[in-house]
Design a protein around this ligand. Sequence first.
Ligand code: DOR
Ligand code: ZN
Length: 424
Amino acid sequence: MRLLIQGGRVLDPAQGVDERLDILIEDGKIARLGEHLKADGAQVVDARGLTAAPGLVDLHVHLREPGFEAKETVATGCAAAARGGVTTLVAMPNTRPATDCPDIVRLVRDRAAPTGINVLPAGAVTVGQKGEQLTDFAALKAAGVPALTDDGVPIQNLALLRQAMLEAKRLNLPLLDHCEDRDMVQNYAVNEGAVSRQLNLPGRPAIAEELQIMRDVMLAEETGAHVHICHISTAKGVDIVRQAKARGIHVTCETCPQYFTLTQEEVLRQGAMARVNPPLRTQADVEGIRAGLADGTIDAIVTDHAPHTAEEKARPLPDAPSGMVGLETSLALALTGLYHTGLLPLSRVIALMTAAPAALLGLDKGTLAPGRDADLILFDPEEEWAVDKTNFASKGRNTPFHGRTVRGKVKYTISRGTIIYMEG
Ligand code: DOR
Ligand code: ZN
């Protein structure tokens, strides 16, 4: 099987490539980048006017299977990934049963195998994500997990967390850390502040996130573990990570499009559709996130794709589940919010969604270097379109971006040399 991608602008931040080149793909691998390559019987894709980049690497996706198939399945989540240009994703373990043993890791991977998406299930830190007993990290590592996390239900027992970090360090596994102090945030729906007061609801204070980041940064320093802060949402949280990095602590972090695009006021307009953990914050926080992206404090852009059913999201705000889908809008939102605004060059936005997240977990992905898996996207960075949740491949329609005009559209997604999505 040979494929020739002809006449596109090739953007591969990992190799420092940004020029008009053809890409020859053979047997699922990148064979060559070059000018005027000969087709020689290869299937030709006309990429004139399009930009070719590595397939997106999304470190934070909830696929929901097993246990919550009404929200999403591995198959529908992977179809959404393909539409969004995501070819590699880390699946969060808050399923039922939780991904806390090799059997569930294998189950998720087996379901993903026919989809063409490279799905890496993360292992739970504690059995059943109950925060009481550590899982068998060595067995999970042997089963292939790239990282450990109790995302969604952050560990509150510090003795246990410290033990987890020591063990994770020993096995060279990063810990993906959802930072919100449980007692401070309870099951509250919105950020604590002007909007929570207006709605007369208890709120999730920014300090609940910042304290846990501070705490876990200190534990990372003491244990030497690699702590990766999930979906960072506050300006001060970014500042703590900035200072920790300056001190040489092995801490990294990610954010999501919602945190550099929306503020808490979105909840007044859209109710539960804008409910997410951590919550949408203030304009000053949005600016802090953007500053963290601009100065390199924030290492990666991920989605935290968290599908829920329409019935669940139709509940009153205090009772609806938190989360928003993101796989089918992340590239467009990142380009719209960060590139078309002039904050970041295109190559930087792409690096934050490809080479950088791959490097964080030591994955052999996120570049178009010869010999690597031919995972790539062809996109039009300029095309304007309106987000339409009724077109999503995801079962989840819970996006606060429905109807929003965005700029930048995925046209083709190719995974290991096979076209797994083509617009129209
Ligand atoms: O909003 C969220 N939804 N945040 C999380 O941490 C978990 C996620 C989910 O699983 O729905
Ligand atoms: Zn989370």
